[in-house]
Design a protein around this ligand. Structure first.
Ligand SMILES: Nc1ncnc2c1ncn2[C@@H]1O[C@H](COP(=O)(O)OP(=O)(O)OP(=O)(O)O)[C@@H](O)[C@H]1O
Ligand SMILES: [Mg+2]
Length: 308
């Protein structure tokens, strides 16, 4: 089950017409969506779009002005302690017991949940931090801290996990290894609501993404469908000394030809056919192919002036 029906067995989160204002600012302006159980659900959008407001309303930290929210069939507001036990929240500025070791920190968090050492062990192992168990929290690197923050959110074995930009400021390798941890969590049937500004990450991880712009839902679909719905062309980059723009324009299936830097850029919706034709002029190894990405879809949907 991925995309979720309407039945409470299949849905983790249902929002219907949710509005939230801060004075004159309409942070959320009628957002309706459903997150399926076991779904890896991305929340994307520009700074100030309303993502954190949305997530905090679902977590039960904020009350919507109007509209309804249900999490596993219950209302998260007023604060619903039964629901809190099933929810794990990793905020960007996580609080740690910094003078303790990573292990002692998790053991303490487990105790606060009324749980014992096995719960702390499980969380530490889940994020691949067992070899740092004896390091003080203060001495962990940024990436290790992010893992510990995730472990902190996992101690009580939640069904629904909220992650707010968990890979911000991580190096590429640390980012990829956190992806593996997140995929494992998803594989265990947990539902993950994931805010990020890294669109490659959303494309790689999320079953579906909601794009929020100015408090409204601009799009909600699988990354692949969002990219396809744009019908954005593929771009073939050919060194300019191998083909002239006119030669490129004469190829059947070419939509547009541009010259950028030392390259002729060929835009087409028939990449395979055009590639074969380009092969008459230039060795294939010299041609770079750029297909449309979620970033292209995002920039288009959020109305960015940078959309190409
Ligand atoms: N407590 C608050 N009081 C007043 N205005 C607020 C408050 N929280 C958020 N806002 C405003 O509501 C709008 C949405 O903010 P929100 O934090 O939900 O955006 P966001 O999508 O999470 O942005 P970012 O990507 O920068 O984290 C913004 O215009 C913000 O200034
Ligand atoms: Mg935010």
């Amino acid at each position: 089950m991925k995309n979720g029906g309407q039945g409470s067995q299949e849905t983790a989160v249902v929002l219907d017409g949710v509005c939230k204002r801060y004075g004159e600012v309409r942070a959320l302006d009628g957002v309706s969506l459903t997150v399926g159980r076991g779904e890896f659900f991305g929340v994307l959008g520009p700074n100030g779009a309303g993502k954190t407001t949305l997530v905090e309303i679902v977590e039960g930290m904020r009350q919507p002005d109007s509209g309804t929210v249900s999490v596993f069939g219950e209302s998260p507001w007023p604060r619903n302690l039964g629901l809190m036990r099933r929810i794990g929240v990793q905020t960007q500025t996580s609080a740690f017991f910094t003078r303790l070791t990573a292990w002692e920190h998790l053991e303490t968090v487990a105790a606060l949940h009324g749980l014992g050492r096995p719960a702390a062990h499980r969380a530490l192992d889940a994020v691949g931090l067992a070899d740092k168990a004896r390091s003080r929290v203060d001495d962990l690197s940024g990436g290790q801290r992010q893992r510990l923050a995730l472990a902190t959110a996992l101690v009580h074995d939640p069904d629904l996990i909220f992650l707010d930009e968990p890979t911000a400021a991580l190096d590429p390798e640390a980012r990829r290894s956190l992806w593996d941890v997140l995929r494992t969590l998803r594989g265990q049937g947990r539902t993950i609501v994931y805010t990020t500004h890294y669109l490659d990450e959303a494309e790689a991880l999320c079953d579906r993404v909601a794009i929020i712009a100015a408090g409204r839902l601009a799009a909600l679909d699988t990354p692949t469908a969002l990219i396809r719905s744009l019908a954005a062309p593929a771009r073939l980059l050919v060194p300019a000394d191998r083909i002239t723009p006119d030669q490129a324009r004469a190829i059947e299936g070419v939509d547009r030809v541009l010259v950028e830097g030392g390259e002729v850029v060929i835009e087409t919706h028939a990449a395979n056919r055009v590639l074969v034709a380009v092969g008459e002029y230039v060795d294939m190894d010299a041609v770079q192919t750029r297909t449309a990405t979620l970033e292209d879809a995002y920039l288009r949907l959020t109305g960015s002036e940078h959309a190409r």
